[in-house]
Design a protein around this ligand. Structure first.
Ligand code: ADP
Length: 160
């Protein structure tokens, strides 16, 4: 089985993340969207909310699962016996950052090679980031075009 882990904070999931997962589904038998929890970090949405947004967003995708983990992504991949990490690339800054992480991960997994697979984001989604969405939510701007319906509904309920 070809399984990929798509790791990230997903605070919250955006249409950019959705684009990457949707386009990756034909490439893998299963994709696990895995929320990496860092106890030092402050999040806008709780882990439960972020998992719920992802679950609702991919409810019609039988091969997409949601999970969460603490610690290193590669340790999580080893524990799940997964050989692929999926990441999205928006711009040269993403590339530089991701290159360092992917090469480090290869060094750290010598006898159990994990390959990182990158998909270029669609042009129409390449400007979207969770941090911009959080900024727009905080200051009352129009976030509706940037996030999936599950996030829109929850944000409305929370008064954003
Ligand atoms: P992190 O906290 O690791 O940056 P994110 O939740 O922001 O996690 O992103 C997870 C993955 O999704 C990363 O590979 C990132 O490059 C990708 N990504 C984020 N936004 C977009 C977008 N608009 N288009 C494509 N990929 C994206």
């Amino acid at each position: 089985m070809k399984i990929a882990v798509f790791p990230g904070s997903f605070d919250p999931i955006t249409l950019g993340h959705f684009d990457i997962v949707e386009r990756a589904t034909p490439l893998f038998d299963k994709i696990i969207i895995a929320i990496g929890q860092n106890s030092q970090k402050k999040y806008m949405f709780s882990l439960e909310q972020r998992m719920d947004f992802i679950r609702r967003t991919f409810k019609d995708f039988p091969n997409v699962e949601v999970d969460h983990f603490e610690g290193l992504t590669i340790d999580y991949c080893h524990s799940k016996k997964v050989s692929f990490i999926l990441r999205g690339l928006r711009n040269p800054a993403d590339f530089e950052f991701e290159k360092a992480i992917a090469q480090t991960n290869r060094e750290l997994t010598q006898d159990n090679k994990i390959e990182t697979i990158f998909l270029l984001t669609s042009a129409s989604k390449s400007f979207i980031s969770s941090s911009i969405v959080r900024e727009i939510l905080t200051f009352g701007g129009h976030y509706e075009l940037l996030v999936p319906e599950a996030v829109r509904v929850a944000a409305k309920k929370q008064g954003f």
